[in-house]
Every structure is written in structure tokens, then in C-alpha cells.
Ligand binder design. Structure first.
Ligand code: ITT
Length: 221
């Protein structure tokens, strides 16, 4: 059974369309979001931590809204900005800009404790160098007991396979009541994501693109 690691049920609703019935369940686990400009390292570290916690195959989903006229902000800080400013304020800020183009990005990080054969999607080897530097004794202390934590993260290399998806659009005044998060202010092809049903959003969205790649690869795993 695959664990889809997220505190956000909206993500799982979208993901279920790509995975066989009964093959996935949500793991409501709030992994540590490391500070990074990119989603990749955040998803990779999150997948390692979640795998150590669940001791079962996990898929972490890290997403963000990148506004062109704000040099990509809020990007990896999208969650914090939604909680503090709220999406209406993000729209207000964006409405002052000449360039209101934006993109959603999603990075899925898969970890099951095993290595990966070469394929077009990248693999984050993360802490392999740290593990080598720490030496074999360190692995015995924190890495192999399944508890994770900073010592474990540094001591045990766990490869994470990454799947990325992207969708361009622009920031508009809120419309629609479907979806979640920033969906009401993100317009793609004349409709906001909140005006689309799940299948329509999946067909074009950042998460749909990443899940499509993941599901195809996972079927052979
Ligand atoms: P988890 O980290 O527990 O998965 P989260 O909702 O905090 O839940 P992210 O950090 O990936 O997930 O999301 C960053 C922000 O972007 C957060 O405010 C989400 O609501 C928003 N977001 C992510 N995917 C979205 C989507 O498809 N449509 C609209 N907003 C989205």
C-alpha cells in the first residue's frame, strides 16, 4: 500500500484518479519543510522523513504558486503566505503588477528504501555524501532504527525519485468555489482552477502532470 503523505485532503482527491482503487491511502503526517528555493529538496527530505516514520512506501507532494512579477514568490513559501496573507491579498498584490503571469509547480517525491534504475525523472541522493563522511558507526546510531531525526537523516542515504509537473496561468480576482488553496485566483485558458471539476483540473494541472509520470513509472515498480 502506498502512503500519500499530506495534511491536505484536496491533493489526495486529485491523486486518487491516477492510482488503482485501494492502492493508496493518505498519511496525515506533517514532515519538516526544509528551507530551499526549489521544491525538489523539500519533497526529497520530506519523503525520507515520512519513509522513516511510516516504514512503508511513501509519496510526498510539495507544490507552490510562482508569480512572475514577484520573481517567483511565494513559491516554496506558498503555504505560509496562504495562511498569513490569504489568497485575496495575494491577488491584491498581484493586481498592482504589470506582469501577472504565474505558474503552479508540483514535485512528487517517492521513497521505498530501495535504489532506482536510470530513467528520465531525477533521483535525489541527498544525504549520501553526508553518510559517507559520517562513516559506518553513524549509520548504526540514528539511521537504521527507523526513527529519522537529524542524526538519522545525515547517517543513512535514502534515494528519492522525483516527478515534476508545471502549469502556466495568471493571477485573477477570485472566481469559482471548487478546488482548494490558490485555485480561485489562478486562471488557465480562461477558467480558474476553482471553476474546473477535478478531472478537468487534473487534465492540465501541475499535480496531474506529475502524477501521470509517477503512475506510469509506479505501475512497473
Ligand atoms: P502538505 O504540505 O501537508 O501536503 P500543504 O497544503 O501545506 O499540505 P504544500 O506545502 O505543497 O501543501 O502547498 C503549498 C501551498 O500551495 C498551500 O497553501 C496549498 O494550499 C497550495 N496549493 C498546493 N497545490 C495547490 C493546487 O493544486 N491548487 C491550489 N493551491 C495549491
Amino acid at each position: 500500500m502506498l502512503r500519500y503523505v499530506t495534511t491536505n485532503p484536496g491533493k489526495v482527491r486529485e491523486a486518487e484518479r491516477y492510482l488503482p482503487d485501494g492502492s493508496v491511502e493518505r498519511l496525515d503526517f506533517d514532515y519538516t519543510e526544509v528551507q530551499a528555493d526549489d521544491l525538489g529538496p523539500i519533497a526529497a527530505q520530506g519523503a525520507r522523513e515520512a519513509y522513516r516514520h511510516a516504514d512503508a512506501p511513501v509519496l510526498v507532494d510539495d507544490a507552490g504558486l510562482f508569480v512572475e512579477g514577484l520573481d517567483g514568490f511565494p513559491g516554496p513559501y506558498s503555504s505560509y503566505v496562504e495562511e498569513t496573507l490569504g489568497i485575496e491579498r495575494v491577488h491584491e498584490v498581484a493586481s498592482e503588477l504589470d506582469d501577472r503571469r504565474a505558474a503552479f509547480r508540483c514535485t512528487l517525491g517517492y521513497c521505498d528504501g530501495e535504489g532506482f534504475a536510470a530513467s528520465p525523472d531525477p533521483v535525489d541522493q541527498g544525504d549520501r555524501d553526508a553518510a559517507a563522511a559520517a562513516g559506518p558507526d553513524a549509520a548504526g546510531e540514528g539511521g537504521s532504527d527507523g526513527e529519522g531525526g537529524a542524526a538519522g537523516a545525515g547517517a543513512e542515504p535514502l534515494p528519492v525519485k522525483l516527478f515534476e509537473g508545471y502549469v502556466p496561468g495568471r493571477i485573477v480576482a477570485p472566481r469559482g468555489d471548487g478546488g482548494f488553496g490558490y485555485d480561485p485566483i489562478f486562471e488557465h485558458d480562461g477558467e480558474t482552477f476553482a471553476e474546473m471539476d477535478t478531472d478537468r483540473k487534473n487534465a492540465v494541472s501541475h499535480r496531474g502532470r506529475a502524477l501521470e509520470k509517477f503512475a506510469e513509472w509506479y505501475a512497473d515498480r
